[in-house]
Design a protein around this ligand. Structure first.
Ligand SMILES: Cc1ncc(COP(=O)(O)O)c(C=O)c1O
Length: 393
């Protein structure tokens, strides 16, 4: 029995669409990207959705859009020390400086009690990360942001299907960034989404993903763009496709990726249902192992079933010994992420010990899959294999 960490759902509908798109020879960002955006917006009950080439690009654009409302290069963005590296890199790529805050070990998410002490006169925004689909304490974060006049850009890369007090994670702050990378719940192979209820940011994001073009892509995709743009720029330059209002990026989603996403969106509820069942099943079983701990689901939230994270708390064996045992028995594992400022050489200026809870996860955390191809029989095998290992100590 070989149990991979992730899977990839490609539906018959997607295959048909891909064929049609290839035959049409129109493969760059167009009507299918728009359709995918609309489907994603409807599911997440959000007004605007902008599809891009990766979750990292979504993070970068969400932050870069803040330049349009007065942000200056070098301003600071508060992020958790424990997250995938892309969160910190995105802050840098958008022209800002990441300021790290330790996590709450119970939730694996940024500890809101430690945010205010990191706020300075240069702070621009907070970027909470709903790690492993567990929603952050958004009430506290939004309260802090409001009282210090900060923007909130949620990194919801792993939070498809997560709900916080009735609102989908990723739609609570000014913007939310999702990843559609292959192991994620809804995937386009590679891809990303930015959500926003703010029409100004929507227009800026559409411009930023396409080199800073001065055009409302949403309108262009409906084939009204040429006349819209011509009218708008009739006094400036002839071809609006080559008129640029700001310094942008090149990270549009393409039609083939959108076709994969459209098929996946049609299966979204079913995928979520299976993954939720799997996550809850593993959470319940692993709760019986005293050498391991994981997060809990509170009654005001739904955890997005991205994966099953857990942390070794025994000094009789190491995380790596457990991981090796699982791998030897064909269960693919991933280490949890680590403390970006102190456990990766990519970032410097901090000392080991500055972020103790994040560092502990960096040493002792693991995660395994809960994806839609895993049956209860597979999960029982994962549980049994873990139990066999633990019984040796
Ligand atoms: C928390 C977090 N942020 C950002 C990203 C970046 O997404 P992508 O790999 O699609 O660029 C990921 C990717 O898994 C992630 O887990």
């Amino acid at each position: 029995m070989k149990l991979p960490f992730g899977t990839f759902t490609i539906t018959e509908k997607s295959k048909e669409l891909i064929q049609k798109i290839l035959e049409s020879k129109y493969v760059t960002c167009g009507k299918y990207v728009k359709k995918f955006e609309d489907m994603f917006a409807e599911k997440h009950k959000v007004r605007n959705v902008v599809a891009v080439s990766s979750g990292t690009a979504a993070d970068v654009l969400g932050l870069a859009a803040l330049h349009s409302t007065g942000a200056k290069r070098g301003m600071e963005v508060i992020i958790p020390a424990l997250t995938f590296i892309a969160t910190a890199n995105a802050v840098m790529h958008a022209g800002f400086k990441p300021v790290f805050v330790d996590i709450d070990p119970k939730t694996f998410n940024i500890d809101p009690k430690k945010i205010e002490e990191k706020i300075t006169d240069k702070t621009l925004a907070i970027m909470p990360v709903h790690l492993m689909g567990k929603p952050c304490d958004m009430n506290s974060i939004m309260r802090i942001a409001k009282s210090h006049n900060l923007a909130v850009v949620e990194d919801a890369a792993e939070a498809h299907g997560a709900v916080y007090r009735g609102q989908p994670a990723g739609t609570i702050g000014d913007m939310g960034a999702f990843s559609l990378y292959v192991a994620h719940i809804i995937t386009t192979a590679e891809g990303g989404i930015i959500t926003t209820n703010n029409d100004h940011y929507d227009e800026i994001l559409r411009s930023l993903r396409s080199h800073g073009r001065a055009c409302k892509c949403k309108t262009c995709i409906l084939n009204k763009g040429e006349s819209y743009c011509k009218k708008r720029f009739s006094n400036s330059y002839g071809d609006s496709r080559f008129y640029f209002e700001r310094i942008g990026y090149s990270c549009k989603m393409n039609e083939l990726e959108a076709a994969i996403g459209i098929g996946a969106m049609q299966e979204y509820d079913e995928i979520l249902k299976i993954r939720r069942r799997n996550l809850k099943y593993l959470m319940k079983a692993f709760r019986e192992f005293p050498e391991i701990y994981t997060f809990e689901e509170e009654n005001y939230e739904t955890i997005g079933p991205h994966a099953f994270p857990f942390v070794v708390k025994s000094d009789k064996f190491t995380r790596d010994q457990l991981a090796n045992h699982l791998e030897k028995n064909q269960i693919q594992t991933r280490t949890f992420f680590a403390s970006i400022p102190t456990q990766y050489s990519a970032y410097s200026g901090y000392e080991l010990g500055d972020f103790p809870h994040s560092e502990n996860i960096g040493r002792n955390g693991l995660h395994i899959g809960v994806h839609q191809d895993l049956t209860l029989k597979h999960l029982d095998y994962m549980i049994q294999t873990t139990k066999e290992f633990l019984e040796k100590f």
